[in-house]
Design a binder for this molecule. Structure first.
Ligand code: NDP
Ligand code: 2IT
Length: 453
């Protein structure tokens, strides 16, 4: 087979940009992966012959649909729903659903692209997908949320299935929303199957799925530190976000005797100089999961500082940073501030929270840096284990799942380390490059074996 030479990064990206106008997040995610993978392809030309990176940069299917529902006042409301089925080479499409006003096709395509690499890194047989809606859950009543979830599923059910595409939660979608969507899927299809993960424990959910993403991100940090004979004991940790991922990152930091100092939401961040302890964390969990209030209440209750106006916590001096809110929440100025304050490591609980120039700045300062597709893979990994339990109609014990999650995070660390060697460095690993290449190799191998389809 003959093929022209491997494209340069600029050549490759100019094609991606032409095909995806007005989609900056998607272009950003592909740009970062291509920067690491193209030099690897240069050394392994058969990937080029089969156009594997080009094929991976195109979702296999992108569905967009109208979601019509009625609010409590009787008004008819219209939102847009999406499901991006990015790549099913190594297993059925798998990935979360996001409800947030900022959701559009670019955001979901970036998330589905990242998910494909992430799921490959877990070692479990899951392809990549993502979905969601521009629906804003803030201020909605319980019944409005339920009616929206049902209306969303009225269309989504055609595109998903336990062996086709298995959605889960993400921003704005937690156990409550998954329950409503599952109920509607079951009503429409009359089938009780593991078509969604993150379900309640009474109807097919898995132990520790709720905790898995945050715990996993801290396990990944622990694994990077273990590799250089260090640990989290007594280390100060700055966390952004206060949702599912942030809460459980804080919890695991506490289990490992670290000191979490901050939490945030879109209105600003709290800085607790005494540290957030388990009791204060319980307040955050109740505040965010049950009462759905604002993080400023923490400052009032415990006398901590509150920085408003959407401020981010990166000005607080720390050993380790865990961005756990959303994409592009840590930029180059933040990175400079963190490094000058003595930062030692970052694990991304969120997807693509750090800009590329910020990553490069921190890596140049030899800060350990774990990208989201590796560090936050614990959530989807336990989702994969939920799928296995559902297929076998059994529930494994919590101890077993705790053990498997830790094992999977350590394995992901080792997969990234394998491809993350840095020339001239004995100890320092480039986990970004390692994750991108390890994910690529797995998906590309499966695609190559399955022919040009
Ligand atoms: P939640 O909805 O539980 O929490 C999201 C948190 O981030 C809230 O504190 C929210 O504040 C804040 N946030 C969201 N959007 C913005 C924004 N545009 N600006 C500022 N703050 C914002 O979501 P999760 O904790 O589940 O998800 C957090 C991140 O982790 C996302 O990037 C998600 O993709 C990623 N992730 C989640 C996984 C999971 O299992 N849930 C798995 C892997 C990754 P506010 O309430 O004010 O909006
Ligand atoms: O970004 C992610 O990995 C998730 N939101 C979880 C996906 C899943 O299928 O559990």
């Amino acid at each position: 087979m003959s093929r022209e030479k491997v494209p340069t990064h600029d050549e490759f990206m100019s094609g991606v940009e032409k095909r995806n106008p007005g989609q900056p997040e998607f272009i950003q995610a592909v740009y970062e992966v291509a920067a690491d993978v193209l030099p690897f392809i240069e050394e392994h030309p058969h990937y080029n012959e089969l156009q594997l990176l080009e094929r991976m940069a195109e979702p296999e299917r992108a569905v967009s649909f109208r979601v019509t529902w009625q609010d409590d006042l009787g008004n008819i409301r219209v939102n847009r729903g999406y499901r991006i089925q990015h790549n099913n080479s190594i297993g059925p499409y798998k990935g979360g659903i996001r409800f947030h006003p900022s959701v559009n096709q670019s955001v979901l395509k970036f998330l589905a692209f990242e998910q494909t690499f992430k799921n490959a890194l877990t070692g479990l047989p899951m392809g990549g997908g993502k979905g969601g809606s521009n629906f804003n859950p803030k201020g909605k009543s319980e019944f409005e949320t339920m009616r929206f979830c049902q209306a969303f599923m009225n269309e989504l059910y055609r595109h998903i299935g336990e062996d086709t595409d298995i959605p889960a939660g993400d921003i704005g979608v937690g156990g409550r929303e998954i329950g409503y969507m599952f109920g509607q899927f079951k009503k429409i299809t009359n089938r009780f199957v593991g078509v969604l993960t993150g379900k309640g424990m009474d109807f097919g959910g898995s132990p520790i799925r709720t905790e898995a993403t945050g715990y996993g991100a801290v396990y990944f940090m622990e694994a990077m530190l273990r590799n250089i004979n260090q640990d989290l004991e007594g280390a100060t940790c700055v966390v952004s976000g206060s949702g599912n991922v942030a809460q459980h990152a804080i919890e695991k930091i506490l289990h490992l005797n670290g000191k979490p100092l901050t939490a945030s939401d879109s209105s600003g961040f709290i800085y607790d100089k005494d540290g957030i302890d388990l009791e204060k964390l319980q307040f955050i969990k109740d505040l965010k999961t049950t009462r759905r209030g604002r993080i400023a209440e923490y400052a009032e209750k415990f006398g901590a500082e509150f920085h408003d106006g959407g401020a981010k916590p990166w000005s607080v001096p720390c050993d380790f940073a865990f961005p756990c809110a959303t994409q592009n929440e840590l930029d180059i100025d933040d990175a400079k501030m963190l490094v000058s304050n003595g930062l030692r490591g970052v694990a991304e609980g969120a997807n693509m929270p750090t800009s590329a120039d910020a990553i490069h700045h921190m890596q140049a300062a030899r800060v350990l840096f774990a990208p989201g597709k590796a560090a936050n893979a614990g959530g989807v990994a336990v989702s994969g284990l939920e799928m296995s339990q559902n297929s076998g109609r059994i529930t494994w014990s919590e101890e077993e799942l705790q053990r498997l999650l830790k094992q999977i995070m350590n394995d992901i660390h080792d997969r990234c380390a394998r491809y993350g060697q840095v020339e001239g460095e004995k100890e320092y690993l480039d986990y970004v490059k390692g994750a991108n290449i390890a994910g690529f190799v797995k998906v590309a191998g499966a695609m190559a074996a399955q022919g040009v389809v």
